[in-house]
Design a binder for this molecule. Structure first.
Ligand SMILES: [Zn+2]
Length: 105
C-alpha cells in the first residue's frame, strides 16, 4: 500500500484512475496478487467503510457472545491498524521531504 505519487514516480506514465469507481485519478494503490488496485480518496472513505461493515457483520456469530461487542472489537482493531497506517504514511512522506523543505514550527 502506498500513495499514488510513489507509483507514478517508480513506473512512470499518467496517474491511473480509481479501480473501484473508474472516475478520477487514484490517490493510493495496492500491489495485490491479482494485479494492482488503484483507489481514490472518495472510494477509500465511502466504499471501503461499507466493505469493512459487510466483512465484520458477516463474521458475527451469536454463539460468540453479544454481537455489539464483536462489532466494537472489530472496530477497535480497525482503528488501531488505521492509526498505525497513518503514522507509517506520514513517516514515509516526511522521509521523502528534504530537510530544507520541512516546516519549522
Ligand atoms: Zn474511486
Amino acid at each position: 500500500m502506498s500513495q499514488i505519487h510513489d507509483y507514478v514516480e517508480y513506473f512512470g506514465g499518467p496517474r491511473p484512475n480509481c479501480s473501484i469507481c473508474g472516475h478520477g485519478p487514484a490517490d493510493a494503490y495496492w500491489m495485490a496478487d491479482n494485479g494492482d488496485i488503484f483507489v481514490c480518496r472518495r472510494c477509500a472513505v465511502g466504499v471501503f467503510s461499507k466493505l469493512l461493515a459487510d466483512t465484520i457483520t458477516a463474521e458475527i456469530d451469536s454463539e460468540l457472545g453479544d454481537p455489539r461487542k464483536q462489532i466494537e472489537q472489530a472496530l477497535g482493531e480497525f482503528e488501531k491498524e488505521f492509526h498505525r497506517a497513518i503514522v507509517m504514511a506520514l513517516c514515509r512522506r516526511l522521509a521523502q521531504t528534504s530537510p530544507t523543505d520541512r516546516e519549522v514550527v
